[in-house]
Design a binder for this molecule. Structure first.
Ligand code: CA
Length: 230
């Protein structure tokens, strides 16, 4: 199996080099472009598996370039992760409306970024098997099965959806309100402490395998799924 190709579109050389170094070490083949024009040439040339797109580029905004890529049937399937120094929630929404598949704010840790790339590749895998893993923990969206090795874990429907959401969105903090929106859906009225109840149940189900620690409580902020890297 060939290595996955990540195209890094970033005009700041130190950041580009840092990303290339870390992604190379994580096993990806890295292509780099310093502006929109070079990015387009690189995309036509190597057809990357995922694109890390800086927001502020010298010749075009990363957001506009992403819009163009998502309008083009040849490139619309390539997952784009927007990388930006802007941290406002508004920008996150704008980035995603522009067609970006995910969004990372500077400064970010290489570990966070790699987790997000993995998740983007998994979501973009389309007809490949829809299996998320973290350590030995495996979630199969096709069969709705969760297992650790040979042992199946039986989860309630809400705990299952929570775990599925976490495994596909690792290394990012979600508030209780955001989890309610994303996992329960915005159209139901549920109190925020309900989230805690289901987190507790999910942790309990994972405890026999020692994976309850993957679900971290971030004081004053919410929860984060952080699988230990093996
Ligand atoms: Ca820039």
């Amino acid at each position: 199996m060939g290595r996955k190709v990540v195209l890094v579109v970033e005009d700041e050389r130190p950041i580009r080099d840092m990303l290339a170094f870390n992604l190379g070490r994580a096993g990806y083949e890295v292509k780099a472009a310093a502006n929109g024009r070079d990015a387009r040439a690189a995309i036509a040339d190597c057809f990357p598996d995922v694109i890390l797109m800086d927001w502020m580029l010298p010749d075009i905004s990363g957001l506009e370039l992403t819009r163009q890529l998502k309008r083009d049937p040849d490139t619309r399937e390539i997952p784009v992760i927007m990388v930006t120094a802007r941290v406002a929630e508004d920008d996150r929404v704008t980035g995603l409306e522009g067609g970006a598949d995910d969004y990372v704010s500077k400064p970010f840790s290489p570990r966070e970024l790699i987790a997000r790339i993995r998740a983007a590749l998994r979501r973009g895998a389309g007809n490949e098997e829809d299996v998320a893993t973290a350590g030995l923990l495996k979630l199969d969206s096709g069969s709705h099965r969760v297992s650790v090795g040979d042992s199946e874990i039986s989860l309630g429907p809400t705990e299952y959806r929570l775990l599925e959401f976490f495994m596909n969105h690792p290394e990012r903090v979600y508030s209780r309100g955001q989890l309610l929106d994303r996992v329960w859906g915005g159209n139901v009225y549920v109190e925020e402490r309900t989230v805690d109840v289901h987190i507790r149940r999910l942790r309990k189900a994972l405890t026999p395998f020692g994976y309850q620690t993957f679900i971290r409580t971030v004081r004053g902020a919410g929860y984060r799924f952080s699988p230990e890297l093996s």
